[in-house]
Design a protein around this ligand. Structure first.
Ligand code: NAP
Length: 334
């Protein structure tokens, strides 16, 4: 058995993109479980844009990661030792185990997952937090109605790809916005979106005139910045903008807000932020429906799995900001 536990800790708070000076790799002995605890060997780490925000010392929906602490990360793993009545050796579990090879847990926030029902990485994608974010963001915050025109940014990413598919399943016209021809082709050819706009080579506002002549009822925004500004100019009356995230601003030293927000007045529109954790009591509702669609072949879950172990975490995180992932970015650990 592996007796060492490699961990990635936050060494310094970055300005702009994190680099090597942001991180420290430490080695400890694998912990032993105390009474009512168990130890998990981490197999997969969820690589999330939100991690960049957790590195900042600012007030948010969750406290920042402290300097010197193991970097916070949602993860999957298998129980290797247990003194807990509800978790047995061999159980597959998901939880906030952090960027490390082994984690000790008292079971708080930990759920069992069944690798017989779906491949493990899917529990970080369509059946995980990003799938749940897409589900409640679109249906609850966005109050989606059948037949509406929906625009999704970050459309080939983890949240965006699921959000667009849910809108299709609800009978909507869906336009994705993504970076590059490969991502755009994937959303149309495999995810059956009605159209896609490559924001890196097209004028988004102009393209929306063609793809959404009746304007946009719901905009599920993952990126903010120029893309948000462009969609703001094409709102239908009563439009809802769902602020899921704003990845274009996560490394900015000066955040740029939307300059076209006054368009909300004429549209009688709303722009609403949300945090998926607030839906915790209703997670099962989303998972049941998402799992049903997956089982019936109505929902595609794509995971972009990078091999390399915890040492590869710093460079893997940067892939999100370079747009190298299609679908859910996952780092395989063991
Ligand atoms: P993701 O979309 O799988 O990956 C990030 C993608 O963002 C990249 O692949 C890239 O795609 C795009 N991107 C990067 N830099 C960009 C830029 N400057 N301008 C435009 N696009 C850029 O990530 P995810 O995990 O699904 O997360 C998507 C969003 O959901 C994030 O904003 C995240 O914070 C948010 N989120 C919110 C909640 C919540 O509770 N509100 C929960 C989970 C996630 P391109 O190649 O297309 O540029």
């Amino acid at each position: 058995m592996n007796l060492t536990n490699h961990q990635v800790r936050l060494a310094a708070r970055p300005t702009g993109l994190p680099d090597a000076s942001s991180w420290e790799v430490t080695t400890e002995l694998v912990p032993a479980p105390a009474s009512n605890e168990f130890v998990v060997e981490v197999s997969h780490l969820s690589i999330d844009p939100a991690m960049r925000g957790w590195m900042n010392d600012v007030r948010s929906y969750i406290p920042p990661v402290e300097i010197g602490a193991v970097m916070r990360a949602l993860a999957l793993g298998q129980v290797t030792a247990s003194e807990h009545p509800d978790f047995a050796v061999g159980d597959h579990v998901s939880g906030a185990f952090g960027v490390q090879e082994f984690a000790r847990s008292d079971g708080s926030g930990v759920n069992k997952v069944d690798p017989a029902l779906a491949p493990l990485p899917t529990y970080l994608g369509a059946l995980g937090i990003t799938g749940i974010t897409a589900y409640f963001g679109l249906l609850d915050v966005g109050r989606l109605k059948e037949g509406e025109t929906v625009v999704v940014s970050g459309a080939a990413g983890s949240v965006g790809s699921v959000a667009g598919q849910i809108a299709k399943l609800r009978g909507c016209r869906v336009i994705g916005i993504a970076g590059g021809p490969e991502k755009c082709a994937w959303t149309v050819d495999e995810l059956t979106f009605d159209a896609a706009i490559d924001y890196k080579s097209e004028d988004v506002r102009q393209a929306l005139r063609g793809h959404a002549p009746d304007r946009v009822d719901v905009f599920f925004d993952n990126v903010g910045g120029d893309v948000l500004d462009a969609v703001l100019t094409r709102l239908a009356r009563g439009a809802r903008i769902v602020i899921s995230g704003g990845i274009s601003q996560y490394n900015a030293t000066q955040i740029r807000g939307p300059s076209n927000y006054l368009a909300l007045i004429a549209a009688r529109g709303t722009m609403t932020g949300f945090v998926v954790f607030d839906y915790l009591p209703r997670y099962q509702e989303a998972i049941t429906e998402l799992a049903g669609w997956l089982r019936e072949g109505k929902l595609v879950s794509r995971e972009h799995v990078v091999e390399g172990g915890v040492q590869a975490f710093p460079e893997t995180l940067l892939k999100l900001f370079a747009g190298e992932n299609i679908g859910k970015l996952v780092l395989a650990v063991s």
